[in-house]
Design a binder for this molecule. Structure first.
Ligand code: TH1
Length: 831
């Protein structure tokens, strides 16, 4: 029904997505003139990008609107992906490709006198995440939309994303803020200033008869919605990512203002705005910081209020809530969703406790992403009691009935009760969020086979014994082939399309079709094309390094890449120590021997958490080793090392397609999955790695003869660590080659040796990440790489076979597993 007026006038005004070049250029020019209030003659690349982005935005809005209306009318069961991080990267290119409009836009932009590549470079990354966990959330959104699943993301709209990394001349990491929203409007979001919720902190909670409570007083903050449009690939379906921004409920305190107390007047408004000001830059560590807990509650409370309101619109009884709503917790960060949903159901909707608990435990799902103890969230009880008094009551109540049930099943087992309790005894007592997430969820999953098994047998072992195995499962992570092949490696994508003889929209959404490339490994002409594309991708990276850093890269060398957050468990230190070992060996060789060596360029990139001293020292060692090694005329044709600053999604898109090998060398059992391993292999780079995380499944898929495995296996790790603690063997005895490298560093080969002592001592004493145990076999694996690379044709075959067997690692497969086995949601196509 039309709201008013003449229907035909409305219909004349309606437009559809611009698909032909003339309407695209018309739309861009129109945005230059009106939205930007600029003229053709003074338009720079940034202005042209903004106008083109606004034009694409118009198209996205049309699809987004139709999708949201369609979902509202059809009332399907929906899934909500709650993640404190969404590492989206750039949107413009991705939107053009998913809409199938890149060629048309390129032509239009050229007609207007601009260059597509230059415009793409104008966009700032949306970097609202630390690393793999946040990027996984972004890949899952892309796959949900592409597979036409009714999924929304919920997150926070941080003013500042992950910090910008600078590297000082001494090799120190320096952090700068990332004000990604400065520089004007963000064309990819829709401010929904009318969609707001009040979120309470502090105050008092008074129990009422019947299990309810009244929570009042304290501070109230406003959550405002910003909707980010998520287009699917070759479908009209355009999903929503709703990000919350915090605002003071009232502008400022007028009483204080009038009394001349300006500071106090703005204090509370500042503290409200602070909640969503910045992403915490810590990967894998939790501090008991009040602001972080405030972020977590603010976000889960606003998201649940929104979900419950949407559910109430369809006028069904709350007993049917789990038939319409599935909530996926991305790690424990949104675990407060469990007590918050209990609070809404019990206190506000007056549902009896037991019924409410049934609803919660049929709605919520929990994904664990790590078994590292330092990453398992715990919140001090006094902090929780102060900030969220009602939630603390609810958690105690959940714990009481839970422990009673455990006691019933395992009578008299007090150790078990202590181990399983939601509350860890100590000073202070702490709430164990993983336990709460586990007992409040319908399903619990890890992110790769090995990791899921470790979850079942270590951190949640007691819970498996109590609740049964069927609640605990695995969904191996995936990556979107749209961004991580079609977008970042257009030439390879085109070759695949040509070879498979299907439209790319087909194989990009059915990645197992890559298997059809296998026979072409035997085709010399195809191999030649394959290798030429890898070569041009290397040149593209070299060009990027040249223009951004002013350094020349040898594109005839093997490209060896390790790019990920800096962390001891990921062992970038092992890599740089291996590089130094290689350098020392080269130095000892005769000129004739050196002639036989294949040149190698080693790239590192990644950020260290600002407070992570050892990780920062590793960066320092890499940078200073690179400085010395790259300057040595004896070896520099054969070995160079680069640390590329300020790693980001956009930088990954240039690095990944250029690699010959990439390194995924975590201590066995520590990397839950890893996802960049999948990206490299999808782009035909070979994997050097430990038997850990998703490396194992990649090797299963592509064949063990196409990966370079090394190192001890997970079951050995515990024993080895025990030996380091109680029967330590000096490095000189255990691993002379490594001892030699450590000595050279200590003696000042790469600048003041003293500086590195704390880092070197983590290896000499304790060696928790087992570098001394794995070093020799690591060097052996790299020697195997050198040998294999000598046979160029065989190497290219390995590369082709690797790509061809990576279908399993599409995030489409992963998201469909969540949709079918956990959420019970179905695709719903927007006509
Ligand atoms: C990562 C895991 O380390 C990685 O192996 C995995 O592929 C990725 O998640 C996606 O599943 C994690 N990132 C974080 C970040 C924080 C806390 C825990 C983890 S686990 C802040």
């Amino acid at each position: 029904k039309w709201p008013r007026g003449d229907e035909s006038v409305w219909k004349q005004g309606l437009r559809s997505v611009n698909t032909d070049v003339p309407s695209i250029t018309k739309s861009i020019v129109n945005h230059v003139q009106t939205s930007l209030a600029r003229q053709a003659y003074n338009l720079d690349d940034l202005g042209a990008y903004q106008a083109a982005a606004l034009s694409v935005r118009d198209d996205l809005i049309l699809n987004w609107n139709d999708t949201q209306i369609h979902y509202t009318q059809k009332t399907p069961k929906r899934a909500y992906y709650l993640s404190l991080e969404f590492l989206m990267g750039r949107t413009f290119d991705n939107a053009l490709l998913n809409l199938g409009l890149k060629d048309q836009y390129r032509e239009g932009i050229t007609k207007l006198g601009f260059n597509m590549e230059d415009l793409l470079e104008q966009e700032r990354d949306a970097a609202l995440g630390n690393g793999g966990l946040g990027r996984l959330a972004a890949c899952y959104l892309d796959s949900s939309a592409s597979q036409e699943l009714p999924v929304w993301g919920y997150g926070l709209r941080y003013q500042y994303g992950i910090f910008q990394q600078l590297i000082s001349p001494e090799g120190q990491q320096l952090e700068q803020p990332d004000p990604w929203l400065a520089g004007g409007e963000n064309p990819w979001e829709l401010p929904r200033l009318d969609v707001t919720y009040e979120v309470r902190f502090y105050g008092t909670a008074d129990r009422l008869p019947g299990g309810r409570a009244l929570w009042q007083g304290g501070q109230e903050v406003l959550a405002v919605a910003y909707d980010v449009m998520v287009p699917g690939c070759y479908t009209k379906n355009t999903n929503n990512l709703r990000l919350w921004e915090s605002k003071p409920k009232r502008g400022f305190d007028l009483n204080s203002f009038n009394a001349g107390d300006y500071e106090h007047a703005v204090e509370s408004s500042n503290s409200a705005a602070a909640i969503t000001s910045v992403l915490y830059p810590n990967d894998h560590t939790t501090f008991g910081k009040e602001l972080r807990l405030k972020q977590q509650y603010f976000w889960t409370a606003a998201s649940l209020a929104d979900i419950v309101r949407r559910f109430k619109n369809i006028a069904k009884p709350f007993s049917e809530f789990p038939d319409y709503v599935a909530i996926q917790l991305n790690d424990t960060h949104p675990t407060l969703a469990i007590p918050e949903l209990m609070r809404i159901l019990v206190d506000e909707e007056e549902i009896p406790w037991g019924k409410a608990w049934d609803i919660v435990t049929n709605t919520v799902f929990y994904t664990n992403h790590t078994v590292l103890p330092e990453a398992l969230e715990k919140w001090p009880v006094p902090l929780m009691e102060h900030l969220l008094p009602r939630h603390m009551q609810i958690i105690y109540d959940i714990n009481l009935s839970f422990l009673q049930a455990v006691e019933k099943k395992f009578p008299g087992d007090r150790d078990r009760l202590a181990r399983m309790s939601l509350i860890e005894e100590g000073f202070p007592k702490q709430v164990r969020m993983a336990h709460l997430a586990c007992i409040g969820s319908r399903k619990v999953n890890g992110v790769a086979e090995l990791h899921s098994e470790l979850v079942r047998t270590t951190i949640l072992k007691d819970f498996v014994e109590f609740e049964g195995l069927s609640k605990f499962s695995n969904v191996t992570n995936g990556i979107t082939p749209r961004r991580w092949l079609d977008q970042c490696n257009p030439e390879l994508s085109a070759l695949i399309t040509k070879t498979l003889k299907v439209d790319k929209s087909v194989w990009l959404k059915d990645l197992d079709r890559l298997k059809e490339l296998l026979p072409y490994a035997e085709d010399a002409a195809f191999r030649k094309e394959w290798a030429a594309i890898k070569q041009r991708n290397k040149e593209r990276l070299a060009h990027h390094v040249e223009t951004t850093l002013g350094l020349t890269v040898n594109t005839n060398a093997m490209f060896d890449v390790q790019i990920k957050r800096l962390h001891e468990y990921k062992r970038q230190t092992l890599n740089i120590l291996g590089v130094i070992h290689r350098y020392l060996k080269l130095k000892q060789m005769s000129a004739a021997e050196r002639k036989k060596v294949n040149p190698r360029v080693v790239f590192f990139a990644g950020k260290a958490a600002p407070g992570y001293y050892i990780a920062k020292l590793t960066i320092r060692l890499i940078v200073n080793a690179a400085r010395i090694i790259n300057a040595d005329p004896d070896t520099r044709d054969l070995l160079t090392v680069y640390f590329l600053p300020d790693y980001s999604v956009s930088l990954a898109e240039v690095l990944i397609p250029s690699s010959d090998i990439s390194q995924h060398i975590s201590t066995a059992g520590t990397e839950a999955s890893g996802t960049s391993n999948m990206k490299f292999c999808l782009n035909g780079g070979l994997l050097v790695g430990t038997v850990d995380g998703a490396n194992i499944e990649i090797a299963e898929a592509v064949g063990e003869n196409n990966v370079f495995f090394f190192g001890h296996l997970t079951p050995a790790v515990e024993d080895l660590r025990y030996q380091h603690m109680y029967r330590p063997v000096p490095v000189e005895e255990k691993c002379p080659a490594l001892a030699n490298v450590l000595d050279k560093i200590s003696s000042g080969m790469f600048g003041d040796g003293e500086v590195y002592e704390p880092l070197l001592n983590t290896i000499r004493q304790g060696d928790f990440y087992l570098l001394t145990d794995d070093f020799d076999s690591y060097i052996g694996a790299l020697d195997m790489v050198d040998k294999a690379y000598l046979d160029k044709e065989e190497w290219i075959k390995k590369s082709i076979r690797t790509t061809a067997n990576m279908g399993k690692f599409s995030s489409d497969r992963a998201i469909l597993e969540y949709a079918e086995s956990f959420w019970s949601i179905e695709p719903i196509k927007v006509p």
